[in-house]
Design a protein around this ligand. Structure first.
Ligand code: ZN
Ligand code: ZN
Length: 165
């Protein structure tokens, strides 16, 4: 029996909008540019050219498992962050620079923690709790702005840990 790759290939824009999670099955939904932000889309890693792992393909029996697709933050072939991960971290650092009410120390700590929030490291929970503490004393609209900026690059459990459910 032949063993097939169970995963399709995803098409994602440089800002991280998932266009198609399985291009093998939805090729007519593919787009050269993102309809949400106008950025070019990619199906492979810009650094090593390996395909972006998409959702699981439906099997031959015809039933499809509708698993929610979560786009990868890092390339599984070369380990580099995808463009949306780099951009998300950069946008959150820029936002941190704009908030006057942070002390210099808090701002530096927040920026230092962003990379750990975007990946799963032994420090991710520590980073989440530090960020939660730093954001606790800021105004609600600032907390929301950070949530909106970071929600596309950090996982659901970490979002809940920082901002509550
Ligand atoms: Zn987009
Ligand atoms: Zn790569």
């Amino acid at each position: 029996m032949e063993i097939n790759n169970p995963y399709g290939t995803a098409q994602i824009c440089l800002n991280g909008h998932v266009i198609v999670d399985t291009i093998e099955e939805y090729r007519y939904d593919m787009k050269a540019y993102c309809d949400k932000c106008g950025q070019p889309t990619i199906t492979s890693c810009p650094d090593c050219k390996s395909l972006i792992r998409g959702n699981e393909k439906s099997n031959d029996c015809g039933y499809i498992i509708f698993d929610e697709y979560e786009k990868p933050s890092f390339c599984i072939s070369c380990g580099n962050p995808y463009p949306w991960t780099t951009r998300g971290i950069a946008a959150a650092s820029e936002l941190a620079d704009l908030v006057d009410e942070f002390s210099t120390e808090d701002r530096e700590l927040l920026i230092k923690n962003l990379a750990d929030l975007a990946s799963e490291t032994p420090r991710t929970n520590v980073a989440a709790i530090q960020v939660k503490k730093i954001l606790r004393n800021t105004e609600p609209h600032i907390r929301t702005a950070f949530k909106d900026t970071l929600s596309s690059i950090i996982s659901e459990p970490i979002i809940k840990l920082i901002w509550g459910s």
